[in-house]
Ligand binder design. Structure first.
Ligand SMILES: [Cu+2]
Length: 133
């Protein structure tokens, strides 16, 4: 019994997908001058998703959602530093997060004036099918 637990632990350490049980759904969000597309995401508490963030523009942007990230678990990797994901020109970044707390969370680009130019969005986290751990 102890051996099985040990094997599962080792598998979990070397295979992040094992932790998430199944490959999470991928949601692609495009960043541009000056928008998120889609601007509104609907997620479920307790259900991990892969956010595929794609910066289509030739300037830098970020995906800043500190409240959402603080209320989420990160089964793969670490929480984004400062509550935001920085994307250089034409860069794409994947993050896997598992929202834990239902609610509506603001997303914005914190680059100077970008949110004023309309670069804002929201993430609605609905109560999940699976209970939060
Ligand atoms: Cu921006």
């Amino acid at each position: 019994m102890r051996l099985i637990a040990m094997v599962m632990l080792i598998a979990a350490m070397f295979c992040p997908a094992y932790v998430a049980a199944a490959e999470p759904e991928t949601i692609t969000v495009h960043l541009a001058d000056f928008s998120f597309n889609p601007a509104q995401l609907r997620l479920r508490a307790g259900v991990p998703v892969r956010l595929h963030l794609v910066n289509d523009s030739t300037g830098g942007h970020d995906f800043s959602a500190p409240a959402l990230f603080a209320a989420s678990a990160f089964p793969v990797g670490t929480p984004p530093a400062g509550g935001k994901v920085e994307l250089g020109a034409r860069q794409s970044v994947d993050i896997v997060l598992e929202p834990r707390v239902p609610g509506t969370y603001r997303v914005e680009c914190t680059h100077f004036l970008h949110s004023l130019f309309g670069m804002t969005g929201s993430v609605v986290v609905e109560a999940g099918a699976a209970p939060p751990k």
